[in-house]
Write a protein that binds this ligand. Structure first.
Ligand code: PEP
Ligand code: MN
Length: 348
């Protein structure tokens, strides 16, 4: 495999016309090095489109023959492996829902023993570094030499602007522990088109070895993941606007970029927590209003602040910082509650 690698193509192979038209357009984009297309789709609900199966493999092979682009698809069972190999698929990826199950991963590794094909292993849905490492190790032990990891973000317990929260520190640690190339699947991280450009640039700044981007000839009509797919024209523009810096593994810039990625994640969590705190505070304001209780209850606030200062100290945080941050947060909370009190009517 040649890196950096840019994998583009539809979430799902839907019809012969769709994959051929998409592949032909992608072949005109110089940065694109590989064509993706889902043949068997893991869906959350049973009535959703589950992929075209074997028929789709023939179309994918035809797309390769017409464009010269090597192909990659997801396999989840030994039967998928056998069929994909029969139809000359050039590389395979293991999906996030499969990687969570070591039995499935082992079955796939066994099915691929002795086959010299690139295998890309996505991170599991849950933010579990060992599960991801373990899956890659199962393929290594089965003798597969051309492995790469795909970072596609993680399920998160709260709403975030992303479909799958990136948690950049996890793929960074993975590449420090295992010497495998890293590909960033920005489409499944973002879940929408708007965040793609910035997220792809960020991945490149963190020294990723490639990108996976879902691209469909008619994105709005896609049978799966319509919101996050882009047209070939949009992809062309997106790639042209990226700054492909020379990879500088181990350099100061790389180390700094990793740390900055971590700070960005933490800030994003802080913002979400602040927004949630303000929301709960507003609910309290409404309760106080309907029960005729004053907004400021100094005794309770003093106790909270003392507790926070003590806890913060144990965590190595200065009382000045704790006081400053929580006074500001508390003040904003009081203002919000006062506005609710002043409002003429109950807000329900
Ligand atoms: C996909 O690539 O279309 C896909 C289903 O990905 P994931 O396993 O990351 O959800
Ligand atoms: Mn998809």
């Amino acid at each position: 495999m040649k890196y950096p690698i840019i994998i583009a193509g539809p979430c799902s192979v839907e019809s012969e016309e769709q994959i051929l038209a998409t592949a032909r357009a992608l072949a005109q984009i110089p940065q694109v090095t590989m064509l993706r297309g889902g043949i068997w789709k893991p869906r959350t609900r049973p009535d959703a489109f589950e992929g075209r199966g074997e028929q789709g493999l023939a179309w994918l092979r035809e797309a390769k023959q017409q464009t010269g682009l090597p192909t990659v698809t997801e396999v989840a069972t030994p039967e998928h492996v056998e069929l994909a190999l029969r139809y000359d698929i050039d590389a395979l990826w293991i999906g996030a829902r499969t990687v969570v199950n070591p039995f499935s991963v082992q079955q796939l590794a066994d099915a691929l023993r002795g086959v010299d094909i690139p295998v890309f292993i996505k991170n599991p849905v849950s933010p579990d570094l060992n599960l991801w490492l373990g899956a890659i190790e199962r393929f290594q032990k089965a003798g597969l030499m051309q492995l790469a990891a795909i970072h596609r973000g993680f399920s998160y317990y709260k709403e975030t602007p992303y479909r799958n929260f990136p948690m950049w520190e996890i793929p960074i640690e993975l590449t420090q522990r295992l010497n495998v190339p890293l590909i960033t699947d920005v489409s499944h991280i973002c879940g929408n088109r708007e965040l793609l450009q910035a997220t792809a640039q960020k991945a490149l700044d963190l020294a990723t070895d490639g990108l996976m981007i879902e691209c469909h000839i008619n994105p709005d009509a896609a049978l799966t993941d319509a919101k996050q797919q882009v047209s070939p024209e949009e992809l062309k523009l997106l790639l042209a606007n990226l700054n492909f810096r020379a990879k500088q593994t181990g350099s100061v810039e790389h180390d700094l970029a990793s740390l900055r990625g971590e700070i960005d994640d933490i800030d994003s969590e802080l913002l979400q927590l602040l927004a949630r705190r303000m929301e709960v505070s507003a609910q309290i304001g409404e309760y106080k209003k309907s029960h005729n209780v004053t907004v400021v209850q100094m005794d309770r606030w003093k106790k909270i602040l003392d507790d926070h200062v003590a806890t913060g100290k144990e965590m190595g945080l200065s009382p000045e910082l704790i006081n400053k941050v929580f006074e500001a947060v508390h003040q904003a909370s009081i203002e919000r509650q006062s506005r609710i009190m002043e409002a003429g009517e109950d807000i329900d």
